[in-house]
Every structure is written in C-alpha cells, then in structure tokens.
Ligand binder design. Structure first.
Ligand SMILES: Cc1cc2nc3c(=O)[nH]c(=O)nc-3n(C[C@H](O)[C@H](O)[C@H](O)COP(=O)(O)O)c2cc1C
Length: 190
C-alpha cells in the first residue's frame, strides 16, 4: 500500500501558530499523516507542489480542450505530466491545502485544474476508485473551509476517487481534528 501526499502550502513555520510546535498548520497536519502512515507501515511519498514548476492551464486547443481530452496529457513542458504519471503508482492520496480567500491555495487550484482536465475523461485512469483524504487548513475564523472542501468534492466527482477523509482544520480545532486525520488514514489500510 503506497500513499502520495500532496502539499499545497509553502509555509513551514507559522509564528502566530496556536500549536506548540510553531509549524505551519498544513505542515503540522502532514506531519500527523506521516507519523500515522509510518505506524501502520504504509509506504508514502511527499511532494510540495509549491516547490514544483506548474503553470496555469492554457485551455490551448479548439473549443477549450487541448491534448488533455483525448491523450490525457498536457502540452506544457513543466512538472505537471511527471507528477500526474507518478500518481498512477499510488493506492491512495492525501491532499492538504491552506485556505486562502475562502478557497484552496493558488498552487492547489493550478495543479488540480490540470489534473481534472487530464483525468476526468480518461477511461484508462489509474486514479479512479483510489482512496483520498482532503485536508483544508484555515486560520482562526475557519471561514472558507467548507467552501474549500466543496471544491475538493467537485474534484472527487470528476476523478471518481473514493473519499475516506474530508477534514476541516483550524488553529483552534487542531487537536480534536488530529484523531480524524489518523482515523481516515486507517481507512487506507482496509
Ligand atoms: C493570503 C491569505 C488568505 C487567507 N484567507 C483565509 C480565509 O479566507 N479564511 C481563513 O480562515 N483563513 C485564511 N487565512 C489564514 C490561513 O488559512 C492560515 O494561516 C493557515 O494556517 C494557512 O496554512 P499554513 O499554516 O500552511 O500556511 C489566509 C492566509 C493568507 C496568507
């Protein structure tokens, strides 16, 4: 069983954090995931999408579709195609984003826009049916967490993945949500 963790936050340290370890909230959630995955002896790999070169979708072809529709590949020569191809190797995914302006982060939107295009109409998709956990990490208000999770639901609709965790986290509920993250990871092993 192999899991791919995709991090859509660039923030390692959060000086305002209510969490004792002062890590960014998304990073703190990812750390919980990594510890639990190790505990259940699940292999995993971690990619920070913010550190990759991923451009916006150009909607390059006629009628708004490019090679993504029939060839399930993007024409752009950046890091997207490699990561998309790499996703095929995994049995489950964890997507963790900060909440910015009531939405998922910019890096999440950019990457997931292109993923939706390449995979939604791919009859041979290797992503379809795989287990997935979404984590939306917000500030104290938590405004926009549900909106972010709803956008992930839309992604799930098109990718036809199998949601086993849909987790809103704020600095204030971090400790309570830790168990929900861990329990969702146990679902990966079933
Ligand atoms: C540009 C920006 C926009 C934000 N918008 C929201 C928001 O709409 N709702 C919210 O609850 N928190 C918002 N926040 C706070 C972040 O969600 C919060 O700091 C979260 O911990 C970020 O994750 P990180 O620790 O991984 O950076 C925003 C932060 C930034 C930098």
């Amino acid at each position: 069983m192999k899991t791919l963790i995709l991090n859509f936050s660039n923030n390692i340290v959060n000086e305002d954090s209510f969490i004792p370890n002062k890590k960014g909230l998304t990073m703190s959630c990812i750390e919980i995931c990594e510890n639990k995955l190790k505990e259940v002896e699940c292999e995993y790999e971690y990619i920070c999408i913010n550190k990759k070169n991923i451009n916006k979708c150009y909607a390059c072809g006629p009628r708004g579709w490019g090679k993504c529709l029939n060839d399930h590949i993007c024409i752009q020569k950046d890091d997207f195609n490699n990561i998309y191809k790499q996703m095929e190797e995994y049995d489950s995914y964890i997507l963790a984003t900060p909440v910015y302006f009531h939405e998922m982060s910019e890096s999440a939107k950019t990457f997931l826009d292109r993923l939706k295009r390449c995979d939604s109409f791919n009859d041979n998709s290797k992503i379809k049916g795989k287990k997935i956990i979404y984590i939306a990490c917000a500030g104290g208000s938590g405004n926009g967490t549900e909106n972010t999770l709803k956008a992930f639901d839309t992604l799930n609709h098109f990718l036809e993945t199998n949601i086993v965790g849909r987790i809103p986290v704020t600095k204030l509920n971090f400790n309570e949500q830790k168990k929900q993250i861990e329990d969702s990871i146990i679902e990966f092993t079933k």
